[in-house]
Design a binder for this molecule. Structure first.
Ligand code: PHE
Length: 507
């Protein structure tokens, strides 16, 4: 077998993991959720959810993969042969996610290229908000099959960039993350300075930070905070297994994971400051929503054309905003592909580069569905199922597998193997993985099911039922049986001489 590619420094690993965690979710979902749930109150609950669930689970994935040196599927098989399908569920769910995440990435590129158009829209909010619809020709419903040429070009560029960044695994990722992690932070700081210096910005900032304590009793707040922590840290997506497997034995998982989680949170807060001050400054505080796509492509453009009375200045800020989103999204996008290809190449002993190319090609083809005129609607459905159902069920299964059917002491020893000042306390880790996280996730799952079936009568977003079955339920089914399909393939391959690796956890 080829030598596993490895991170060339501690910093590269931290940056790559931060790059994966920090994505579009920080820029548009986090501020929107904070707006919805009483500002500072949301921040508080988010921090709590990060401590009791996010951080322990992140440490768990990274340390297991470092120990076993395998991607998600084989790492879970190393824990117990029966758990391999959980790893494949995470892998195939990640595959589905990248099929549409790449399209959102392509849209961001499209808006960046077209941001000059904001120059002639000064003060015209209506025109600004329709730019996205004009460019993508999306109908917002399951209608329309044509693909606008320009969008197709952006999709190709998106996939080209993704492949370019991960063509050599950890070594090429290591090179690009130095740029793709610091650049968005720099751009966010520029935008924060512009935002804070506008009249009315303080009203926005106040809304973001000052807690409204009576919001604490709303279960919706807790559900959203837990969901956001889960989504934002890129756990249960096969990514942190892949990234952990490129670590060498001297790495300090406990400390590094703390740094990763808090950097992720800090960048969410920074994006919140940008969003709230800009919206306050342009008199649009009431327009902040928790729907990511709407914020980035419909609401924010309106703010852009009202930033100043000089067209080209606004256009430049528009370009800065979308460039920020490009650099934010790209390292999340390629991390998902990396997670998927690590699982596959470890299992089938195929060169990582070949697998990466194949994954990009196949996912690239599928992603074309989401750039058609009906694409936004398909994306909405798939996004809802992959995140509200699949991801959470995978989380529950992983917690049960590792918390209840394996030795938490062993995992904990791995986490603290090289720790210096900060040691992850065992009680914290064990209570989280064994009890708190699975319970929170089960609660989240039940809540989502009640919302889907009781509140909405089994109908998500008013799309036709057949579309929800195809893009929702069938996809979920595929995700959860993928491991068993792979088992059959392996059984077949064994007949022609394939030998499965023996993966053992040696103490
Ligand atoms: N954590 C990313 C974000 O906050 C989301 C993400 C990363 C989604 C990787 C998929 C894969 O935007």
């Amino acid at each position: 077998m080829e030598k596993r590619s490895m991170w060339n420094s501690r910093l590269t690993f931290i940056l790559a993991a931060v790059g994966s965690a920090v994505g579009l979710g920080n820029a548009w979902r986090f501020p929107g959720l904070a707006a919805k749930h009483g500002g500072g109150t949301f921040l508080l609950v988010y921090l709590l959810a990060m401590l009791v669930m996010g951080i322990p689970l992140l440490m768990m994935e990274v340390s297991i993969a470092r120990k076993l040196r395998r991607g998600a599927a084989e790492s879970l098989r190393g824990i117990n042969k029966k758990f391999e399908p959980i790893g494949w569920a995470a892998t195939s769910n990640a595959f589905v996610i990248v099929c549409y995440y790449s399209v959102v990435f392509a849209w961001v590129i499209l808006m960046f290229i077209n941001s000059w158009q904001f120059g002639s829209m000064t003060g015209d909010s209506e025109k600004a908000s329709s730019l996205f619809f004009d460019l993508t020709q999306t109908t917002g419903a399951i209608e329309g099959t044509s693909i606008p040429g320009m969008v197709m070009v952006c999709l190709l560029v998106a996939w080209g960039l993704i492949f370019y960044c991960i063509r050599n695994g950890a070594s090429s990722v290591g090179k690009v993350v130095k740029f793709t992690v610091f650049m968005p932070v720099l751009l966010l700081i520029i935008m924060a300075v512009k935002g804070i210096t506008m009249d009315g910005a303080m009203a926005g900032i106040a809304q973001f930070f000052i807690p409204e304590m009576n919001a604490l009793g709303d279960p919706g707040l807790w559900v959203d905070a837990i969901g956001q922590v889960f989504y934002s840290l890129s756990i249960m997506m096969a990514i942190m297994f892949a990234y952990g497997s490129y670590l060498d034995d001297t790495s300090n998982v406990a400390a590094d994971c703390m740094i990763i989680a808090f950097s992720d949170m800090a960048i969410s807060v920074l994006s919140g400051i940008v969003m709230f001050s800009t919206m306050g400054g342009t008199g649009m505080l009431d327009s902040i929503t928790d729907s990511g796509i709407a914020t980035a492509f419909i609401v924010y453009p309106q703010a852009i054309v009202n930033l100043t009375s000089i067209g080209w200045v606004n256009a430049i800020f528009g370009a800065v905003f979308y460039l920020m989103l490009i650099t934010l999204a790209i390292d999340s996008a390629f991390s998902i592909v990396e997670g998927v290809s690590a699982s596959i190449s470890d299992k089938f002993h195929i060169k990582p580069r070949t697998v990466t190319l194949a994954v990009c090609a196949i996912a690239g083809l599928i992603s074309m569905v989401f750039v058609t005129q009906a694409g936004l609607a398909w994306l909405d459905i798939v996004d809802s199922w992959t995140n509200q159902i699949n991801l959470i069920v995978i989380g529950i299964l992983e917690c049960i597998a590792i918390g209840w059917c394996f030795s938490l002491r062993k995992v904990h020893r791995e986490i603290n193997r090289n720790s210096k000042k900060f040691n992850m306390p065992f009680w914290w880790f064990a209570t989280s993985v064994k009890v708190v996280s699975p319970l929170l996730l089960i609660g989240l799952f039940v809540w989502n099911m009640i919302t889907l079936f009781v509140v909405n009568g089994g109908n998500y977003g008013g799309y036709p039922l057949w579309a929800q079955i195809v893009a929702g339920w069938v996809v979920s089914l595929f995700v959860f049986i993928s491991g068993f399909i792979i088992k059959l393939v392996i059984r077949h391959k064994k007949k022609s001489g394939y030998i499965e690796d023996e993966i053992v956890w040696e103490d």
